[in-house]
Design a protein. Structure first.
Lengths: 355, 819
């Protein structure tokens, strides 16, 4: 057979082999059979020396053309087969994307501590420090230094848990009126501790646990959380109190909420007021949530009574200030419309995991 | 305090309706609890006239009446039709005007009028007595109305019940507002309107002098700063006139009789509680009655008006008959023995001022609150006792036919002085942060009853009214001006603060990081009570050593909150039990909170904070391609490892927790955690016996760490270490050692034997097999990485280093290489 025919036959053979090859491995066999060391095309190339010199250039050219043609065909088929293999793999690897993902589950932060941190962050942004103090407080810091009159009902055993004083000069376990120690009913005592140690300017909040003898029910807990704030500086006005608490209310409840200041009475501030925020459910129109008032009471506040400043040797002529107290459970209850505050204390995972 | 809108309007100009008045009250600091439309509940109660009255065919005392109620009852054509009513009263005749409760009415006390049959005869309503309508106690017959009363009107409208009562909650600093005159004054200041308060005056005084009949002695002015007595003769007890009954009703009291109603009315009007004694029930000595105000003796008794025998103590002020017999618990409640009754003719009227603290404590201790004690607790105006006595005497004259003895006996050891307070208008503007003008300040303070002397324009001299004990300082006056100006109208500003900075401290940030790390490990934060049950530690088997003595609460609400906790673990175990009981098998909780260690000889306990956690069940319910193992010691330890790493603690060690010391933990599965030699806390399986006592049948691993130690040992940063640029060579080593050899010991030996070239040691298997490894032995497989910083190690170098390591380690651990 003439070399020309042979070359044509090889090309045909390769084409046929490629058509049959369904895998990269089969394709490789075809390639080896044609262009491998012992391949048919390789053999022809080797025989080129035996071709007559006058035919050699033409024959060489033809052989090279055939070879590059065959190589191109093989490469094309390889691409085809690889693509098919990849397609097959991809289709085999498809999953139901709605199956649950896989990860280690992280825990959640307690609702009260979330809100407490939010409040802390709002006031840290305003340049406040966050202070802390003892839970077991004395009567002086919890009441007296806060200008609570000696006979103020809040001092009674109905409103305050008293604690046995073990000191030799303490009056021991003789009776309620004999103990100067109590579970703090407010974190305001921390303000007194801070003012005893530091001079103005004072910009601080004291978040923390407080205690009152209320039997636990849907709306009360004997242990709850307060954030009290205190500012003492030169030239502090009632307008500053309003500006600060307006900012706080908007940060915590939302930019669209309005505030209302109702004059009130607290022993440690004067003037004093209670602050309401407009109801988030009805936006002030009145609904079940706000008992048809359009407003929700959220905190008490006022200008620091000069007596409180005098107790800690701060000159009330030079310095003025304001103080406020926020119930964290109240904020939580308002935000989530919680039906029962006791859920905050059971450790029920079904409750905790929601926040 | 119930404020009648109509009554208020009779004393001050009120150009606004009740709704707007309420808004003004709220704006200026008077809290409104409820607004009540009087008479609204008396529906289907109408005026009527008896057309005919026949004896009941089957009764000898009942009457069969036809009662016209005008258009309130009509037939099918719309013509008025009388009602047939069976009535048992005897005090009425045909033609009398009466009050009819028609079918559908509901009378005070919830009595519903229905169609009924009385001894076989239909009755379609009821003719009412005063008492049945809630007006006084007169039940002697039905209420006969004046002859000119129109028929067929709503009774409430006709009677003028259509008043609005605003129920206000007064803050404790405002005793003045527990009176209608005080509320009128306040309203005048709020609305900037005039008052016109007209008070009754005595028409005639007898020649007989009160001072010839009564003598008053105050033993201790600290109990009672003023006591006035007056005698009223020939009092005729009877029902009150309608106007009096109506006002007393509006104020929230039930009309009883003219004497009681007058004393109540005057109290509601002026805020001064009064007490009426039956003069003739008091003993006489030297022709006089002797009132002695003194402290009760401990154990002394008094039967009060409500029939209760009260045991008194020495803190309670007492009114006595000549010093001996208690007759009235001063300022709280009168005694039964000297009470006014239907036979009373002569009255000794008390108008006095008792100390607020004593009354407050007495009322609380006896759990006895009265309209009087509420007012005394907040302070009564001693300066007005005599004036109020006059007002009451005038009303006794008017309403009880009394004759008034001349003058009063007035024991007033320390007369009250109206304080003069300096008020700087500039200070008002500074504190309010608002442009409050002088005119406003003067006008409104004057409305409140102050006298303002403005001769010094920089500093006004303000004489405050005696019924405002809350106005003694400049700031008290500023508060008044501020609230009347309107707190809502003051422009909000932020403090123009200089020279201060805020933010969280490093420790506060680290506490947040501790929480975040524990959450990222899968624990959820919880909050349990700081209270404890007295046997909590005993139940847990936790020793008291190092935990002080319990901080005991004197007045616990419940027995299981009688003291403060000394460990967070019992609370967390209760939460585990709660979850298991409620169908949640997997519990992972932590709490950062305080515990309380009392000192036997010191007042203030230590209040260290603890980081505590519990793990029970698995990390999760099994998932479609992931199964979770039972949580054990190493899960809890892993959490601690993450925590110490997040805080960059170094030299952290876990030591076997001695069972004697850690008796609440399961021996062999409990460790002490140390960092830099300092004890951080413990981690381990809670002892199965302890768990059982908390009602838990599943294994629980727990930990409790000292927050203070964590914060003290935490580091801001650790030194940077070069990232290796050259490859290391990993060699595996399986070492068979005795069970008693710990992982920590083997690791230490490996590190010391490996020299400079050994860089990483990773334990990847622990294997036990009696046959292949040997009894009492374990095989520990390590992956060791050798590396040098300056060149790539040759295989010879690695082999040499490794062989040296193996020789040393087998020798120091007594182990051998497992091939």
């Amino acid at each position: 057979m003439a070399m020309t025919d042979e070359l044509a036959a090889i090309e045909a053979q390769v084409r046929e082999g490629l058509d049959k090859a369904q895998t990269v491995e089969e394709l490789e066999q075809v390639r080896v059979a044609a262009t491998g060391k012992k391949g048919s095309l390789t053999a022809i190339m080797r025989m080129m020396g035996k071709v007559a010199p006058e035919e050699r250039p033409a024959m060489g050219k033809l052989a090279n053309t055939v070879r590059s043609h065959v190589e191109a065909m093989i490469a094309a088929r390889r691409d085809e087969l690889e693509q098919a293999a990849l397609d097959k793999q991809i289709s085999a690897e498809a999953v139901d994307v709605t199956l649950p993902g896989r990860s280690s589950r992280i825990g959640t932060q307690h609702l009260i501590s979330q809100i407490r941190e939010e409040i802390e962050d709002v006031f840290c942004g305003l340049g406040y420090t966050v202070e802390d103090g003892p839970y077991i407080e004395d009567v002086y810091h919890n009441f007296t230094a806060l200008n609570a009159p000696v006979d103020h009902p809040s001092r009674s055993a109905n409103d305050t848990f008293y604690v046995v004083d073990n000191a030799p000069e303490g009056k021991g376990d003789l009776g309620l009126s004999s103990s100067d120690l109590l579970l703090r009913t407010q974190t305001s005592g921390v303000q007194v501790h801070v003012m005893e140690q530091r001079k103005p300017p004072i910009y601080m909040i004291c978040p923390g646990t407080v205690f009152r003898p209320d039997t636990a029910d849907a709306n009360h807990l004997p242990q709850f959380t307060q954030v009290e704030g205190l500012v003492v500086d030169e030239g502090i006005t009632f307008g500053d109190l309003k500006g600060t608490l307006d900012y706080f209310c908007r940060e915590i409840f939302g930019k669209d909420r309005a505030t209302r200041y109702r004059p009130h009475f607290f022993p440690f501030t004067e003037p004093s007021c209670e602050v309401d925020v407009s109801c988030g459910v009805c936006h002030g129109k009145g609904c079940r949530f706000c008992k048809n008032t359009g407003w929700l009471e959220i905190l008490g506040c006022g200008m620091v009574d000069p007596n409180v400043l005098r107790y800690v040797d701060i000159d009330p002529e030079k310095y003025t200030g304001f103080a406020f107290g926020i119930g964290v459970e109240r904020v939580a209850a308002l935000r989530y419309d919680l039906p029962d505050l006791r859920m905050l204390m059971t450790g029920d995972e079904r409750f905790l995991k929601q926040f | 305090m119930r404020v009648s809108y109509e009554w208020l309007k009779s004393m001050v100009d009120v150009p606004v309706d009740p709704k707007d008045l309420v808004a003004e009250f709220v704006r200026t600091g008077t809290e409104v609890e409820a607004v009540e439309k009087m008479g609204a509940d008396l529906h289907d109660v109408v005026t009527g006239q008896v057309i005919s009255k026949q004896p009941h065919p089957d009764s000898d005392h009942m009457w069969l009446c036809q009662v016209s109620v005008g258009k309130k009852n009509v037939d099918k054509e719309g013509n008025p039709e009388p009602l047939q009513i069976v009535c048992g009263a005897q005090n009425f005749e045909e033609g009398d005007h009466i009050v009819v409760a028609m079918v559908g009415a509901e009378l005070p006390g919830g009595f519903k009028i229905k169609k009924s049959k009385l001894r076989g005869v239909d009755s379609n309503g009821m003719n009412c007595s005063q008492r049945e309508l809630g007006f006084g106690s007169d039940h002697s017959g039905i209420w006969i109305l004046p002859e000119d009363t129109p028929v067929g009107l709503d009774f409430a409208d006709w009677y003028g019940l259509s008043d609005t009562v605003i129920d206000c909650e007064m803050t404790p600093n405002r005793p003045d507002c527990l009176s209608m005159t005080g509320v009128a004054q306040e309203t005048s200041a709020i609305l900037d309107e005039d008052t016109h308060i007209e008070l009754p005056r005595i028409a005639h005084e007898m020649e007989e002098q009160t001072s010839d009949l009564v003598d008053v002695q105050i033993d201790d002015p600290a109990l009672c700063s003023r006591y006035t007595a007056r005698v009223l003769r020939n009092v005729k007890i009877g029902p009150s006139p309608e106007w009096l009954a109506r006002r007393v009703t509006a104020a929230g009291a039930r009309p009883i009789n003219n004497v009681v109603d007058v004393t109540n009315y005057v109290m509601f009007l002026t805020g001064q509680p009064l007490h009426a004694f039956d003069l003739n029930k008091l003993s006489e000595r030297d022709g006089k009655r002797h009132i002695v105000v003194r402290a009760a003796a401990t154990g002394e008794h008094l039967v009060t008006l409500d029939g209760q025998d009260r045991v008194l103590d020495s803190d309670m002020p007492l009114i006595t008959d000549d010093g001996a017999t208690p007759i009235c618990l001063a300022g709280v409640m009168g005694g039964e023995d000297s009470e006014i009754d239907e036979n009373t003719t002569d009255v000794l009227l008390e108008s006095a001022c008792f100390d607020r603290g004593h009354i407050s404590r007495t009322s609380r201790r006896l759990d006895l609150m009265s309209e009087a004690s509420i007012r005394y607790e907040r302070q009564v105006d001693a300066a007005r006792c005599a004036e109020v006595s006059d007002i009451a005497a005038a009303l006794f004259e008017q309403c009880c036919g009394a004759e008034v003895c001349s003058g009063i006996v007035d024991a007033y050891p320390v007369p009250a002085v109206a304080p003069v307070v300096e008020l700087r208008p500039a200070r008002v503007r500074l504190l309010c942060g608002a442009p409050v003008d002088d005119k406003f300040i003067v006008a409104r303070l004057t409305r409140l009853g102050c006298k303002v002397d403005t001769s010094d324009p920089e500093s006004f001299k303000v004489t405050t009214p005696t019924n405002r004990p809350d106005l003694t300082r400049e700031v008290d006056l500023i508060e008044e001006v501020c609230r009347l100006w309107g707190e809502g109208d003051i422009e909000p500003t932020l403090p123009a603060a200089r020279n201060h900075a805020g933010g969280l401290t490093v420790d506060q940030q680290r506490i947040r990081r501790i929480g975040a790390t524990l959450r990222s490990c899968g624990l959820s934060e919880t909050s349990t009570y700081c209270f404890a049950e007295t046997d909590d530690l005993a139940k847990l088997g936790m020793s008291e050593e190092g935990r002080g003595i319990p901080v005991r609460i004197m007045n616990p609400l419940v027995a299981d909150q009688a003291e403060m906790r000394r460990s967070i673990i019992p609370g967390l175990l209760r939460s585990v039990a709660y979850n298991l009981d409620h169908g949640t098998p997997n519990v992972h909780l932590y709490e950062i909170g305080r515990v309380f260690y009392g000192h036997p000889k010191k007042s203030s306990p230590d209040e260290p904070s603890m980081v505590a956690g519990v793990l029970c069940g698995r990390w999760n319910l099994d998932e479609w391609d992931t199964k979770y193992a039972q949580l054990d010691f190493f899960d809890a330890k892993g959490v601690i490892e993450q925590l110490t790493s997040a805080l960059r603690l170094t030299k952290v060690r876990y030591k076997v927790a001695e069972p004697e010391k850690y008796s609440w933990l399961q021996p062999g599965r409990a460790a002490e955690i140390l960092a830099g030699g300092e004890l951080l806390g413990w981690v381990g399986n809670v002892h199965p016996l302890a768990l059982r006592r908390f009602g838990i049948d599943e294994p629980v691993v727990a930990f409790e760490l000292s927050l203070a130690a964590l914060l003290r040992l935490a580091k801001r940063e650790l030194p940077y270490q070069d990232v290796p640029t050259l490859p290391g060579v990993a060699v595996d080593l399986a070492l068979v050692v005795d069970e008693s050899v710990t992982c920590e010991q083997v690791m230490q030996r490996l590190h010391s034997a490996g020299g400079k070239l050994l860089r990483e040691v990773q334990l990847f298997d622990v294997y036990r097999d009696d046959a292949r490894v040997g009894v009492g032995k374990k095989s520990m497989a390590f992956s060791l990485t050798y590396r040098a910083d300056d060149h790539t190690l040759t295989s010879d170098e690695v082999e040499k280093a490794h062989n040296k390591l193996v020789t040393k380690v087998t020798k120091s651990t007594g182990g051998e290489v497992r091939s």
